[in-house]
Design a protein around this ligand. Structure first.
Ligand code: TRP
Ligand code: SF4
Length: 341
């Protein structure tokens, strides 16, 4: 029996190299050995973007195309969309009954985002309950692993707490999932801060090679290295952090040494990085072009994946209903009943 792995991303459109190294690389590897489920959390996207929903569908599509381009393979992995599997909402409401408010209020992401997203009213019920919905997303598939970036760890920890509480209150329905991390969980962006779409410092998977080079060429380096003849410190340079993520170790050693001794200039250092980026992302660009040319196939992947996901979700919900002594429901999705698929 293969172990099951599940992960997801809130739909927000194009993905960047940070998302790629932080999550997708791991997903592509895991699909070889695990029964893999990857989904678009489009309801979660509503928690901060509930006012304007006009681009939601587009964001979902763009993101799935990036996954496929990165090598997530619909033959191996179940790729699906949260909103197409309403069982997520059912489990969310049940979990909301057993989740103490204090668990949600102390969640660091909650406090952070409320402080940082100043232009929208986030004092909503859905925003506070974001991790409860995430717990439902995860536990509905009873995975052993949830591969996510470090920023998601508090959410998955809360998922474990909810699972333990459910198992304790009713019966042992949920395994407690682990969180494998990638080797490079955080990448710096062009300005040296964490790479993030909202900081405007990202290199996107969809950037054409020339566009990517323009960004790398003008990226910040060790700020102390003003002149070509000044020695630099690779440890404080975001370009070097990208070398460590993408270049081979001989190249890393050479540029680090060349930087410290001022025998290599920053442009040459960046050129060497760009060779590795080109090699890594050429196949990604090719796959991207194929999928972009066939939007109806992308749609098919999502629908077929959501059908497969719904079967597992209904099975888990059947166990949950039984554990909680709730009678099976009659309605959602043309009469499907939890546990009866
Ligand atoms: N919170 C995740 C993000 O910001 C998205 C997400 C929702 C998720 N539910 C999940 C990730 C379940 C992993 C597992 O991208
Ligand atoms: Fe950074 Fe490379 Fe310039 Fe050193 S040589 S400061 S590592 S870009």
């Amino acid at each position: 029996m293969k172990q099951r792995t599940l992960s997801g991303m809130q739909s927000s459109g194009r993905l960047h190299l940070g998302n790629y190294m932080g999550a997708l690389v791991n997903w592509v590897r895991l699909q070889e050995t695990h029964e893999a489920f990857f989904f678009i959390a489009d309801w979660h996207a509503l928690s901060t973007n509930y006012e304007d929903t006009s681009r939601l569908a587009e964001f979902t599509r763009e993101m799935v195309v990036d996954w496929l381009a990165a090598g997530v393979d619909p033959e191996r992995s179940v790729i699906f969309q949260q909103s197409r599997v309403p069982e997520h909402a059912v489990l969310h409401v049940l979990f909301s009954m057993i989740t103490p408010l204090s668990w949600l209020e102390r969640n660091p992401t909650y406090k952070d985002q409320q402080a940082n997203i100043g232009d929208r009213d986030l004092t909503t019920y859905g925003f506070l309950g974001y991790p409860v919905l995430q717990a439902a997303d995860i536990l509905l598939y009873r995975p052993q692993q949830v591969p996510v970036g470090v920023d998601q760890l508090p959410h998955v920890e809360l998922t474990r707490e909810i699972a333990r509480r459910f198992n304790h209150l009713y019966s042992d329905v949920f395994p407690i999932p682990q969180t494998p991390l990638t080797e490079t969980p955080r990448l710096p962006g062009l300005d040296g801060r964490k790479m993030s779409k909202s900081y405007g410092n990202a290199v996107f998977l969809s950037d054409a090679p020339g566009e990517r080079w323009d960004k790398i060429r003008t990226m910040v380096t060790d700020p102390q290295r003003v002149r070509r003849t000044d020695p630099g410190d690779p440890e404080v340079c975001p370009v070097y952090a990208l070398h460590q993520a993408f270049s081979d170790s001989a190249t890393c050693d050479e540029v680090a040494h060349g930087c410290r001794s001022a025998s290599i200039g920053c442009i040459d250092c960046k050129k060497r990085l760009n060779v590795f980026l080109d090699n890594r992302f050429t196949p990604v660009h090719e796959r991207r072009a194929e999928w972009t040319a066939a939007p109806e196939r992308v749609e098919e992947v999502i629908i077929e994946g959501s059908r497969r996901a719904a079967r597992v979700a209904a099975e888990t919900l059947g166990k949950v209903y039984e554990a909680m002594k709730i009678p099976p429901f009659v309605g959602i999705g043309g009469g499907a009943r939890p546990g009866k698929t």
